[in-house]
Design a protein around this ligand. Sequence first.
Ligand code: A3P
Ligand code: MG
Length: 418
Amino acid sequence: MDQHGRKVNPPPSGYKNHRRNMDNDTLSVNPKRFRPSHSPHRADPAPLSSSASSCRALSTRRQLYEKPFPVYKQPVEVGSFSLDSERRFFNDARQIRYFVEPPSRPDFNLRDGYKDRFVKRDDSIKEKLDHILRWILANKSKLESRVAAASSSPALGVDVVTWRGHLTKLLTTPYETREGWLLAATLFRGTLYLSEVETEASRRDTENRTERHQEMMYWGYKFEQYLCAEDMKASPDPGGVVNTNEAFCTVVQTKLADHKLLFSGEVDCRDRGPKSPAAPACYIELKTSAEICTPKQRSNFHRFKLLKWWAQSFLPGVPRIVAGFRDPDGLVVGTETIQISQISHLIKNEYNCWKPTVCMNFCCEFLSFVRTVVREDSPRVVHLFSWDPHQDVTYTVHRDSSYCFLPPWYVEGMASPH
Ligand code: A3P
Ligand code: MG
């Protein structure tokens, strides 16, 4: 079934180099073609709205970011961790699940078990970066030994530590018209930590979710259960409990222009075939979406959903998505595999559609902006970056406030020699 009109066409310019390199070891264009935003030679208008000497705001206008694709190195998995059914951290891959190909006519009822076999994670508990910080402490000597030679770099050898989901939000910002965000930034031992803060609007939305919406949030997890087995030789167990506390997270390292990034993201499952490649190329993202019946629905799928799906998987180098299309009653009517590298072809006939280069360039400029603004290296200082649709990104500074997010156990753990 090719209900989305997928066919292979030459890639649009700008994305071509990056695609070609994706098969090698870097996702990049010629680095010489990348111009940092502060370059005096830039021909396009500066995205920084500056007042005299200091930069106070960053524009999110799409046109400013229509530049060559920035260097984005092929992400490398440097570790992984697991969260169990009680959300306890383990420095290992015990929660990894294995992908099992769905039947050509799947009989998946995503509503099954919502009332009686669902344990929902308590999302009022704000975990901030805690699990990633735990992983960093548990792997501190390994990380530090990698940078021992390069004395000028930060202790951890990376410029930015964050969740993949926070970067996904940055990538989609130039196209987002509904939801703003707040990102807290702290510079500690030369590394910038970025941690999301819930907005008032998001808190209200969560509080006012309808019963139908709450149930539909379960459907995505239920779909995962139909396609995932707990070990190499097992089958999925649709009669089991869906517990959203459980997670397997990959930790990857990569570089966006001159920003060395270390981030973690949840991974749904991995390929279990004998020829499956090394992580993260063996990982598979699972998604659900409403069945597509009209050209308008297809266009919306391309414009809105594929943007989010692309951003989420492209960042950690997850190469494919298995999508389940469902009817309004939560029955899966078909599944399809979508290669991340093919998404730019799928959207190319959409008028005025999103562009991967805009997403990546905006993220890159945002990180440069943050590094320009945040100069004081202290776990007690938070710069809170704030964005609302149709506005610039702005920030406020907070010292010893409730926005501080690096816990004492991390600050002390990083200072101790072992
Ligand atoms: P879908 O992806 O099928 O929508 P992820 O896809 O990132 O692995 O997330 C798994 C599932 O969590 C989603 O499945 C969806 O059911 C639920 N979910 C995650 N974030 C959500 C959000 N912001 N709103 C609604 N549901 C969400
Ligand atoms: Mg998923």
